[in-house]
Ligand binder design. Structure first.
Ligand code: HAM
Length: 439
């Protein structure tokens, strides 16, 4: 019988890759906490309707990438393909628009699922760090969000001793105006696209999507589309005075903080809920899958989910896997020669013979309970093999018990790097002070 492999596009992250990955993830989350975004946890699945209505009918996510299933009660559920719609749903369910402290600022990190064609930087199960500010129209929050993402990515790179800066990380910014601005703009864009459709120059993906959302024509990677879209009308020339002023204020705040923003009139992003500010972070060493994160305003999302008054918001998500790929140059599912194993424990217990095992076990248990990372070797193995295990575990000290130590109620403490050793009482306080002073 053969073993069962992992599901395609859903890699396992094993140590030490998992520690490198966790370090990136926690650097990102810590950045969000620093900016005042509390951690939230919402279920990994939602009613399918949340994403169908929230993310939008014209998106690839809703059309072909959702993991949707019927549960035993006959409900249609979907594994989250992104976080924003579920967080907005949670806020509305809890009545946050009426009773919450606004803006409601939350963040989380976790697995997200999309049925995409797996390739470098594109998986079916991947991890996002997501940040959302709900109940705000303040342009300062837009600027805060963009700087937060930039800082989070820079802090993530620092966990590997690397740097993200203007030379290898781009922040692209656009405004999509308000929903009320769309009909006039769609008309202008459609009129422009019509001439190419008549000439038979529009590719299949654009023909399919343009009637649902012509903006997606900017996203098409089909041959010839970049040339066609180069002269297309851009949305920023078709938005209201209020949306233009909002954008002006966001840009001014970012400029004042020295954030190296690239203005990109063609940035539209692949989710339908965006309004006004939209942005994306691109790592220049990643090729086709270069977006390490993105976000924007979603001022109409609450209404799409059934809320009957405006409840605006803005957020971002960073792709932890892609950030890792950009930083280390290998996918998180692959072995990473650039990542050394980090020490697992500080103390390793070595019984000289099987009958010394229980005493070592007792001491190791006491050390762990005192908060010292400790582990014990199998008492049936030879001490020589156990010293090797101690090295592999990254321990600084071995504590050794043999017949002499048993008789004198002592333990031998060996500093593994220097080979220095001495005996001391079998006392956790004494052992603890030896370990802690060597830090
Ligand atoms: P998104 O651009 O779809 O935005 O995803 C954010 C990031 O997740 C991407 O920039 C990328 O790094 C990563 N990502 C997306 N798909 C994959 C994949 N198949 N494999 C690996 N990484 C991937 C959102 O999800 C929005 N909810 C962001 C947001 C939050 N907007 C407002 N608030």
């Amino acid at each position: 019988m053969s073993i069962i492999d992992s599901v395609k596009g859903a890699p396992d992250l094993l140590p030490p890759v998992s520690s490198g990955f966790n370090a990136i993830e926690s650097a990102m989350l810590t950045t969000a906490l620093t900016y005042g975004y509390e951690r939230i946890r919402t279920p990994v699945f939602e009613h399918t309707e949340v994403f169908a209505r929230g993310v939008g009918a014209s998106t690839d996510i809703v059309n072909k990438e959702m993991y949707t299933f019927e549960d035993k009660g006959g409900r249609s559920l979907t594994l989250r393909p992104e976080g924003t719609a579920g967080i907005m749903r949670a806020a509305l369910s809890a009545g946050i628009p009426r009773g919450g402290v606004l803006p409601w600022k939350v963040s989380w990190v976790g697995e997200v699922f999309r049925y995409e064609r797996p390739q470098s930087g594109r998986q079916r199960s991947f991890t996002q760090m997501d940040v959302e500010a709900l109940g705000t129209t303040d342009p300062a929050i837009d600027a805060e969000m963009i700087i937060l993402g930039w800082d989070a990515l820079r802090n993530a790179a620092a966990t590997a001793g690397k740097t993200f800066d203007e030379s290898n990380l781009e922040v692209r910014l656009n405004t999509l105006g308000d929903r009320a601005d769309r009909p006039a703009y769609h008309a202008a864009l459609n009129a422009y696209l019509d001439q190419f459709e008549t000439q038979g120059k529009l590719p299949k993906d654009v023909l399919e999507r343009r009637h649902l959302n012509p903006l997606r024509a900017f996203d098409s990677k089909a041959e010839g589309m970049a040339e066609i879209m180069a002269n297309a009308p851009v949305i920023k020339d078709h938005i209201s005075e209020a949306a233009t002023e909002h954008h002006r204020q966001v840009v001014a705040l970012l400029d004042a903080e020295g954030i190296p923003v690239i203005h990109d009139d063609h940035l539209v992003r692949g989710l339908d809920y965006y309004t006004r500010t939209t942005f994306e972070y691109q790592a220049t060493n990643l090729g086709a899958q270069s977006a390490v994160g993105g976000g924007g305003r979603f001022d109409g999302l609450a209404e799409d989910l059934g809320w009957n008054e405006p409840f605006q918001g803005i957020g971002l998500a960073l792709g932890v896997d892609r950030t890792y790929l950009s930083i280390y140059g290998v996918s998180p599912g692959d072995p990473n020669p650039g990542l050394a194993r980090t020490p697992r424990v500080d103390v390793f217990g070595i019984p000289m013979a099987p009958h010394h095992g229980p005493r070592v076990f007792h001491l190791i248990t006491a050390l762990r309970r005192a908060g010292i990372r400790a582990e014990m070797g199998e008492s049936t193995r030879k001490p020589r093999a156990l010293f090797k295990s101690a090295d592999r575990a990254g321990a600084q000290f071995a504590i050794i018990i043999g017949d002499d130590e048993m008789m004198n109620d002592e333990v031998t403490v060996k500093h593994l790097a220097t080979g220095e050793q001495h005996t001391c009482p079998q006392d956790v306080a004494v052992l603890g002070s030896i370990v802690r002073t060597s830090d």
